[in-house]
Design a binder for this molecule. Structure first.
Ligand SMILES: *Cc1c(COP(=O)(O)O)cnc(C)c1O
Length: 462
């Protein structure tokens, strides 16, 4: 299995190099050269299997010869062993034909653990085989950073630096990043917003001298390994509702478009998915784009769903690549226009996008109202991100097709918003109840590439 860049000018790589490098050298994102498919019988045979067994069958064709079958199933087993629910991704019913996929039972209480825990295992295996060391730098709006730190803390072959927007993450998110005591963990509070963090990270990847000098590796949602791990729960949940003999739809709280793009890959692999619904908060560039074809950046307005406070949605580039018939030059040109503020998606490409994706936007007040109503009428305490998914699903759903909304974080990760809406302050699960007692450790950093690079070089040299 080979991976190619969405901008058409970087060398094709195998799975291991794709995973270890993150961003392609032409600034593009790696995608599989061809998408493997599973037959109706393959999918039907998943009925009754464990999450780990389904994970193996879904991901195996993408991994190529990077790992033997035995090693790969062992890595999957280790990745999910620390989850607080035996089903890993349990499905609960919200109402007639509407289901909630709980993706928050991992060690940092957000869906990002599904990918990050597996990536941690795969990095460790690949690096210990080659004896190499890497420097992981990630940008986070809150949940990626904590999930990455949790996955890489204490690993010999890795230093992990996480850039988060100072003052713009929840206290639980911040503490999950600043309290791990391992020396290879570095939490950096940047003076700026999430898009600034993401932009500086991209700058580091495009500075080849720095990139090669520190052996930079990326685990942001642009890393193909992350997208791949997220494809699994689309299969496990759809199969438990009767796939492949019944279609399902998904509503996905969306920021960087990584999670919903995994759903698109599941569909391309042969899973009968009817609609993939992009649910956004007031930072609604994707909803505006899917409605009008205009992808125009705006400034970020902080919201009660901070993990979706994004204007430049990195993984959308992968969807555009397919919508433009995999024309890397066309994508590279759109990305150039984006630097000047935005672009217009061609009519043909919009047609392709609309064949797969719907979208909806939820205001702050509607989010709070949805949390309250889910608590009083559906028996569920939702985090604000998940509430946005549920609200869009309720508004747009076809009564004849079961709808699965992805619950992307545990309500205890965003206790202030949940309490404001419902009157209930959700407690942290017992296994992390001492989070507020642990000592914090972080470095304030300016929004400046040179200073960031110097700091990283100094830290890994010491
Ligand atoms: C990251 C995140 C999202 C957005 O996911 P994308 O893959 O970036 O679209 C939504 N909800 C929560 C809780 C998250 O942590």
């Amino acid at each position: 299995m080979q991976y190619i860049s969405t901008r058409g000018k970087a060398p094709a790589l195998g799975f291991e190099d794709t995973m270890l490098s993150g961003l392609a050298r032409d600034g593009g994102l790696y995608v599989p050269e061809t998408i493997p498919t599973l037959s109706t019988e393959d999918i039907r045979a998943m009925h009754g299997l464990s999450y780990e067994e389904i994970a193996f069958r879904v991901m195996r064709p993408f991994v190529g010869d990077a790992f033997t079958d035995e090693v790969f199933s062992d890595l999957i087993a280790k990745a999910y062993a620390g989850f607080g629910h035996d089903a890993r991704a349990p499905l609960v019913q919200l109402g007639s034909g509407h289901f909630l996929l709980e993706l928050f039972h991992g060690p940092t209480l957000a869906f990002k653990d599904f990918a990050m825990q597996l990536i941690g295992q795969m990095f460790q295996e690949a690096l210990s085989r080659s004896g190499k060391r890497v420097t992981i730098v990630g940008a986070t709006s809150g949940d990626t950073g904590s999930a990455a730190i949790e996955a890489f803390r204490g690993l010999d072959a890795v230093d992990v630096f996480i850039l988060y927007p100072h003052g713009r993450v929840s206290e639980v998110q911040r503490r999950q990043m600043t309290t791990p005591a391992e020396a290879n963990v570095h939490a950096l509070a940047l003076d700026g917003d999430f898009d600034d963090c993401q932009a500086r990270l991209k700058d580091m990847f495009n500075d080849f001298e720095f990139r090669d000098g520190v052996k930079l590796a990326g685990v942001n949602s642009i890393n193909w390994g992350r997208v791949l791990a997220q494809v699994v729960y689309y299969f496990s949940s759809a199969v438990s509702l009767g796939a492949p003999d019944r279609k399902v739809s998904f509503s996905v709280p969306t920021g960087n478009f990584g999670d919903i793009f995994a759903g698109y890959i599941a569909k391309r692999m042969g899973l009968p998915i009817d609609r993939l619904v992009v649910a956004t908060n007031q930072n609604d560039i994707l909803h505006r784009c899917l409605s009008s074809g205009d992808y125009k950046t705006d400034s970020v307005t902080p919201s009660i769903s901070p993990s979706m406070d994004i204007q430049v949605s990195s993984n959308f580039e992968r969807a555009l690549f397919d919508a433009y018939n995999r024309d890397g030059n066309a994508v590279a040109q759109l990305m150039d226009e984006l630097k000047a503020g935005g672009f217009h998606v061609s009519q043909g490409a919009m047609q392709v996008l609309r064949d797969h994706f719907d979208s909806g936007r939820v205001s702050e007040d509607e989010t709070l109202a949805m949390i309250a109503r889910a608590n009083s009428h559906m028996g569920e305490l939702l985090c604000p991100h998940s509430a946005i998914g549920v609200a869009v699903a309720e508004a747009q759903r076809d009564p004849n097709v079961p709808m699965i909304t992805l619950a992307t974080a545990h309500p205890a990760k965003f206790p202030d918003a949940v309490e404001k809406a419902s009157g209930i302050r959700p407690p942290l699960p017992e296994r992390m109840a001492d989070l507020f007692d642990r000592e914090e450790r972080m470095t304030r950093v300016p929004n400046d590439l040179d200073q960031l690079e110097t700091l990283i070089k100094d830290r890994i040299a010491s």
